[in-house]
Write a protein that binds this ligand. Structure first.
Ligand code: AMP
Ligand code: ZN
Length: 136
């Protein structure tokens, strides 16, 4: 598998490791949004969240919380963003499922998402229905 994060899991490429257990690995991103920006990856390859095995889902939340707590305490952050870029259109560059834990500081100057808004309530209802009707 020619995947950079799989190579990190196998120790073929070095990483600044924070923590690991049987299923997951946490390490510093080489391109931090803020210093301490940490990535959490499942050790088993999956390309994105839809591909991620159900059996590992509950363990993942526990792992993320443990690492996020350490990121906040270790950097002295005031909060954190947890994000996942799912697909190229969303900014995913590495196609091995990974979560970003980004420490945030009061007045760090980073902007959150711009709000587009809906034209009117009918348009909002249209989106609500399209998404709701698409649930499997
Ligand atoms: P994404 O755009 O969601 O796919 O994010 C990819 C992330 O992986 C970015 O934060 C990159 O800085 C980070 N990254 C890429 N290669 C490495 C690497 N070898 N070690 C650590 N972080 C990496
Ligand atoms: Zn991989």
């Amino acid at each position: 598998m020619d995947c950079i994060f799989c190579k990190i899991v196998k120790g073929e490429i070095p990483c600044a490791k924070i923590y690991e257990d049987k299923e997951f690995l946490a390490f510093l991103s080489i391109g931090p949004v803020n210093k301490g920006h940490t990535l959490v990856i499942p050790k088993e390859h999956s390309k994105n969240l839809f591909d991620f095995p159900k059996a590992e889902e509950s363990d993942l939340v526990e792992f993320l919380k443990k690492v996020a707590d350490a990121v906040v305490k270790g950097t002295g952050a005031d909060g954190f963003n947890l994000s996942l870029n799912n697909g190229k259109a969303a900014g995913q560059l590495v196609f091995h499922t990974h979560f970003h834990i980004i420490p945030r500081f009061n007045n760090d100057g980073l902007k959150s998402w711009p709000e587009e808004g809906y034209i009117n309530n009918e348009e909002m209802e249209d989106y609500r229905k399209k998404i709701s009707d698409s649930l499997d």
